[in-house]
Design a protein around this ligand. Sequence first.
Ligand code: NAD
Length: 505
Amino acid sequence: MSAVESNDLSGETRDFLTTPHKLFIDGQWTDPVGGGTIDVFDPATESKIATVACADGDDIDRAVSAARAAFSGEWSKINSHDRTELIWRLADELERHLPFVAELEVLDNGMPRSMAQLAISSFGCRFLRYYAGWATKIHGDTIPVSPQGAPNGASLSYTRREPVGVVGAITPWNVPLTMAISKLGPALAAGCTIVLKPSEETPLTALVLAEMSRKVGFPDGVINILPGYGATAGAALAEHDDVNKIAFTGSTGVGKKILQAASGNLKKVTLELGGKSPVIVFPDADLERVIPGAARAAFFLNGQNCMAGTRLFVHEDVYEQVIDGVAEMAGSFRLGSGLLPDTDLGPLISAAQRDRVLAYIESGKATDAELVCGGEAVEGKGYFVRPTVFGHTSMEMKIAREEIFGPVLCVQAFGDTDTDSGLDALVAEANKSIYGLSASVWTRDISLAHRMAARIDSGQVSINCHAAVDPAIPFGGNKQSGWGREFGKEGLEPYLKTKATTVMF
Ligand code: NAD
């Protein structure tokens, strides 16, 4: 893979990388109590690119105290219009620095630059603005009641929607800045304060966001951002008695640990977890759309995407055409540093992730599945794995059952769809997963598409596209893909609590 020289980077990026980075607590850049650091690596070159401070439990304590003080103090006095203004200004500031932030995201995570720019502008900035708008639209109801049999008009009952309080946010490495923003937007709109722990693999852009939040005028303590390891800083945040809610995105295994840790003070929890999403192609589908759509569904972000369409179910009449087309596209993707203009797929995040993905590929090779393309790492520096397609898989195989979080697609044929029992069998196979995050159905038969959408057990279903995402579309998983929903109006709810007040005249 061709490397990128450091002097190809912008001055802003070089300055950021050579500056030591502390923890952002109570509006100040602060040294960690234990003096720990995290080395940050470019997964495309395996080179160390930065060192940041590493929080432990004591630092989490300080940040939670700051967030509590801000929640009860200055932040509680700021009205909803001013909250809108501040969140909007953060979006503007992010947009102003888009090339720099995107470059940093590419270096830290490995994704192609175009993807980083799109994620930040089309999703991150819009997401902040979407939730900025919600801040002024949060209100309760008045309710016609007759407590204790009181006559009409003798009482008044109303609800207030109040912020839940201090939010602990814990995020993964696959789209680092977007994940941080997906927690900040609704938390701030609701009037909460927040302590955010980004992934130890990709802490850089969250730190940029911290500095931007200070610049645009958020009061001290409203936003606290502390890189740290999951087992220490993450666990301390999840079990903290003064945190009111945890917003977690990450693996299902860690999600279960978060639930246990949160039980001490029964804090509210939302979980955005893993997936193994089905993509279902009926024989009448427009294959000109299906083939690139299915290839992107599986290999977008190298499969390091919770919604990745990694189980492709294709009707037997078009199976060969689809699998050949997807494999051809997979083979044509250019792997390289995300900083290079023609890169389609970057590296995996780390050596550990590459080795994990390769172990799954080896397990697939040991089955009756047909290895159609890929199946190996790329020689040389960087954690690159070739997009891999296995044909004739079945849900009994580990590669088809477990979330790999890498570029591995399992393809399975189905037959009869003209009878109820045929469709039942297909639906059962698509739903045969512990996950239920996303799915897509590809057909020209709109009635069939909606019937399938209703029967698939997942938080979202896309028709003739995969993983349609917008700040206004509720997002989240069924089964072991999570608890609760983010995005849209529903995404605001977990950051609010209801208080009912009743007066007797
Ligand atoms: P991970 O679960 O290993 O880590 C996620 C975060 O949790 C990190 O910040 C980590 O430091 C922290 N953490 C780890 N152990 C912890 C503990 N004991 N207590 C508290 N925090 C802890 O996940 P990852 O490898 O960073 O990301 C990949 C996973 O995330 C995949 O399973 C993917 O499907 C999932 N994901 C889900 C969504 C979604 O919206 N549903 C989005 C992106 C990624």
